[in-house]
Design a protein. Sequence first.
Length: 55
Amino acid sequence: MTSQEYRTRAEQLLTPLPGRPMPSLDAVRLADVYARLALSAALDTANEHAEEARR
């Protein structure tokens, strides 16, 4: 998955379900995992671009 896909999934998990004021704790934890994966993917991509630019 791309960084954007991870971010989108995290946002979906944090959107409360109809009739519920807040997302569940499990959803928040999973959204945190997706957010961390998004950051990792973005850093990997940036590092790859930097390596290509050095060549």
